[in-house]
Design a protein around this ligand. Structure first.
Ligand code: IMP
Length: 423
């Protein structure tokens, strides 16, 4: 039996969900281990588009069990919405959905403070889904966990104390009135809790008991560039989307992990603030954004686009311990005359292939590129490597040479069948 991890190698939006969906028939359990509804995981099935923010991207496969482990922060109204939408389509969750009693809740006041902070300061460009404030409460040891909702009296006191603090901050620092009461929040939260209560268990024991009998895939959201420790701080999310986060976020010990899939787009994108050294000029940016449909699945924001950043990718492979490289959206480059790949940065006059530790330094990085001939032939829906245009093959072969790792999967379109698997 195996326990594998799949993580985003760049700044999120690498097409992880499609790969999870593609791999789902190999796994009995797929578990999200960090983040919350800041994620927008898109899966296309028979031409229909599904976007999951909290449920694992495998849920369309009735034979897989979905787990939301304690590393996540969960906004119950969103979770209930996702469950009920799929139930209306005939998908049943009975016996195949488990939610950790130790996962922390994103409360309405977390969303409010996230939104107000973004409006007034616009420092990070968050998704406004309350992620930072919910993790702040967790690490400040006053967060509310899913399991706390079993004790209504106790949880009301906790809500009251958190709410008072948030209201003070909103009123006195941001001059913003937030008039909701703790009782109103509790009532609404308990209504949603009733719906998810049958699925709440101790997922740490569940996963560890399952490990000897079932194949498990741990699904990361966001990507290494947004990791709270390794990303372009402070323009990061508030969790650990790298493979280390899979251990702390699930309670599965590291000695169980086998494959670590690292998913990278054939170019890079990011949303929100923060540097992107290989960012394209305005016109080229718009062209790639429109061709690649690079608009946020959660917020609809336009993503900034850049050439593939080998320096960032090498760093990401190192900190994640990637064993299996996955390249997505190769088809987007069809019709390009030239394609670039960044091999080094020049920082303060020195050529380096090391990723700078701060956004301040990254801002100064000038990319050094190697250029490839493009291709006219459609690579959309190609399913074998040999069918790819020779220039596309050259481009892919260079990834392997530069990164020193074989590519296991190449994605050539949004649907499951648009995938090349290399042995
Ligand atoms: P937060 O996670 O909403 O706090 O946002 C922090 C930063 O991470 C912002 O720049 C967001 O745009 C970015 N971010 C969060 N989740 C995702 C994602 O799933 N894909 C891409 N960017 C994300």
């Amino acid at each position: 039996m195996k326990c594998d991890i799949l993580v985003g190698g760049q700044w999120g939006d690498e097409g992880k969900a499609k790969i999870i969906d593609f791999l789902s028939n190999k796994y009995h359990i797929v578990c999200r281990f960090q983040g919350g509804s800041n994620a927008g995981h898109t899966v296309f099935k028979n031409g229909v588009k599904y976007v999951f923010h909290l449920l694992p991207s495998s849920v369309l496969h009735p034979q897989t069990t979905a787990v939301l482990s304690h590393g996540m922060v969960i906004y119950l109204p969103q979770l209930v919405k996702e469950i009920q939408t799929l139930e209306k389509e005939g998908i049943s969750f009975e016996g195949r959905l488990f939610i950790s009693d130790k996962a922390f809740l994103v409360m309405d006041y977390h969303l409010e403070i996230d939104k107000v902070k973004e409006q007034k300061e616009n420092k990070v460009g968050t998704t406004c889904k309350g992620i930072g404030p919910a993790y702040t409460d967790k690490y400040d040891r006053k967060g509310i966990r899913v399991g706390d909702l079993f004790d209504e009296g106790e949880v009301l006191n906790k809500i009251k104390s958190c709410l008072d603090e948030q209201k003070n901050l909103l009123k006195n620092y941001y001059q913003h009135d937030y008039l909701v009461t703790a009782e109103e929040i509790l009532e609404k939260t308990l209504k949603d809790f009733k719906i998810i209560q049958p699925y709440v268990i101790d997922t740490t024991y569940y996963l560890n008991h399952a490990i000897s009998q079932k194949n498990i895939l741990l699904e990361g959201a966001q990507g290494a560039g947004l990791d709270i420790d390794f990303g372009t701080y402070p323009f990061v999310t508030s969790s650990s989307p790298t493979s280390g986060g899979a251990a702390t976020g699930t309670g599965i010990a590291v000695n169980h992990f086998q494959k670590i899939y690292g998913v990278f787009k054939a170019y890079v994108t990011r949303v929100g603030k923060g540097s992107l050294p290989t960012i394209l000029s305005n016109e080229e940016n718009i062209q790639l954004r429109d061709k690649g449909k690079e608009f946020g699945a959660t917020t609809g924001r336009q993503r900034s686009c850049g050439w593939f950043d080998g320096v960032q990718a090498k760093y990401s492979l190192m900190i994640n311990g990637v064993t299996d490289l996955v390249i997505t959206k190769l088809d987007v480059f069809t019709g390009y005359k030239k394609i670039k790949f960044c091999t080094h940065y020049i920082v303060d006059g020195f050529k380096t292939d090391m990723f700078p530790p701060s956004n301040q330094k990254l801002k100064k990085a000038e990319p050094v590129y190697i250029e490839f001939e493009g291709w006219e032939d459609q690579v959309y829906q190609v399913q074998t490597f040999d069918e790819l245009h020779p220039n596309a093959q050259k481009f892919i072969n260079y990834f392997e040479e530069y990164l020193g790792l074989r590519i296991s999967i190449i994605s050539t379109g949004p649907e499951k069948q648009d995938t090349i698997v290399r042995n």
